[in-house]
Design a protein. Sequence first.
Length: 257
Amino acid sequence: MKWSWPWRRETPASIKFSELGWDVHSHLVPGVDDGATGLDDSLEMVRYMVNLGYRGMVLTPHIMSDLYPNSPETLNAPFQSLVDAVKKEQIPIKLKLAAEYLLEEDTLRLLKEGDPMTFSCIDGQGHKRRVMLMEMGFHEAPSDSLVKEVIFEAQGRGIVPLLAHCERYPYLHRNASLLELWYKRGGWLSVNATSLAGAYGPDTRDMAKRCMQLGWISFVCSDAHCMRHLHALESLKNSRDVSLWLDAGHSLHAGLG
């Protein structure tokens, strides 16, 4: 099924990444997950983002109880090593550390009993919000009850749950009710630049566009694990969908600084 914006624009403006300013989903902390393997990889990607026009990045390593049992204790030191290297190289970008949490029982327990890694953003009404990036599993949908409880617990702590790459879950392509639930309960959603560029196929690309056109999307993210993802990001310079999304005023990128 094809989706279209509710208005037409014959010649969309070329995207200036300085308009976005901040990327809020990436895996550039060296050696902690399936992203950058070392400091040199991290620095190469940071330089590329600066050349595109970005002023800042929120680095979000995976936290999964089985595969990547990260925590502030495992992430702070390698993150600081990258910050120090960026400063030494005089690369003009700001870096912040958060995390990408798998939507699972351990994450729910952390929301009830611990202190999740988050970042701050100013919302469309000018209010400062604490944001926690989360992802669903790719092969099986979480239960509605878990989604509702996670959102409830997050909001009870003054945290906005931000769903990563909402377009990439194949089980939601035919029935997006879980995404609608997330949005209507006050959660934010993001899409990946690689998806909009077609890297995951037409179904995922169309799902990303559909969610943008519905007004559900707050961020377009690199989700950078390697340089290939950043090349996909650059391919959006002439994206009509991103241009119209920015015109519609749904982007919250400007809320970071």
